[in-house]
Ligand binder design. Structure first.
Ligand code: PDD
Length: 281
């Protein structure tokens, strides 16, 4: 399918960037992953606001206005839909600082490299929704600027592989005994009927679903609170829920091999998850 690179629409196999691109040399760039339902970009405005924030933190100028971003995205999405007859897609975009001789100091006046591609949206399977998924825990050994949606994802890749090696779908991370997030998702627990999430900080990527889940809880009359969550609280939680652009909301039913939850619901997706999922859809 077509991708977008610096003003051109190309086949993915024809898109090339310089070896001196700072994205390639330093991982010096940011990205967004936007779900597309029925050719409509879901929560695009929020993604563009987060992109703007990430770019500002790296002092990379935003290369496009909102209207320019939208026009380019729409063209890719329409092309993908026409080729594959698939209205649901995932749009990946990344902006790097640009091309320059290697130097740790940020060069000024560069033209940022802009890349976008679409792929078919692969939401969790009915099987995963029905039974929930297994996760493992690990120490959060990533850097302390998880608030930036950086393309430097080595820490996240290493973290994710811990669960992949054990046949689990996500690694849930703890810093100094407190929940931060998953390797590529946010993590929520249900405690006394309310949804709890870690506070926004430099240790957590504020997922677009932070605001969305707060809104859904409000609509559904479910309590919602952001506060520090200990590892023990996660281990004894009534429910554990992952969220991301691709996972939407997804129930965790095994943590480090142990069933999640209590009583008859032990090891099964919980009632709060079920309500959130329905509202999300
Ligand atoms: N990951 N935390 C991390 C570290 C993430 O990488 C992601 C998303 C999230 C959830 O954010 P959102 O709700 O905006 O998707 C939290 C994307 C999907 C990825 O890297 O593919």
């Amino acid at each position: 399918s077509l991708c977008y690179l610096n003003g051109d629409y190309l086949r993915l196999c024809d898109a090339k960037v310089s070896v001196l691109d700072r994205g390639f040399i330093f991982g010096d760039g940011v990205y967004e992953v936007v779900p597309v339902y029925g050719q409509r970009l879901f929560r695009l405005r929020q993604h563009l606001v987060r992109l703007e924030r990430s770019l500002a933190k790296l002092r990379i100028p935003n290369p496009h206005t909102e209207a320019e971003w939208l026009e380019r995205m729409r063209r890719l999405i329409a092309d993908h839909a026409q080729r594959f007859g698939a209205p649901d897609q995932l749009l990946y975009l990344q902006v790097t600082r640009g091309v320059a001789m290697r130097d740790h100091v940020m060069p000024t006046g560069l033209t940022p490299t802009v890349f976008m591609m679409t792929s078919p949206l692969k939401p969790p399977s009915p099987e995963q929704r029905h039974h929930g998924v297994a996760c493992v825990t690990a120490r959060d050994f990533r850097w302390e600027r998880g608030d930036i949606k950086s393309i430097s994802l080595l820490g996240n890749v290493l973290a994710r592989q811990i669960s992949a090696d054990q046949g689990a779908v996500e690694t849930i991370l703890f810093r100094n005994g407190y929940l931060t997030e998953g390797s590529s998702s946010n993590v929520w627990i249900v405690h006394e009927g309310a949804v709890l999430g870690p506070p926004k900080s430099e240790h957590v990527l504020e997922g677009i679903r932070y605001e969305l889940i707060a809104e859904l809880c409000e609509e559904l009359g479910i309590g919602f609170n952001l506060r520090p969550i200990t590892e023990t609280e996660v281990n004894v939680a009534d429910e554990i829920i992952l969220s991301s652009a691709t996972k939407e909301v997804l129930p965790v039913t095994r943590l480090d091999g142990e069933p999640v939850g209590h009583g008859a619901g032990r090891g099964k997706p919980g009632p709060v998850y079920a309500r959130l999922y329905e509202a999300y859809q």
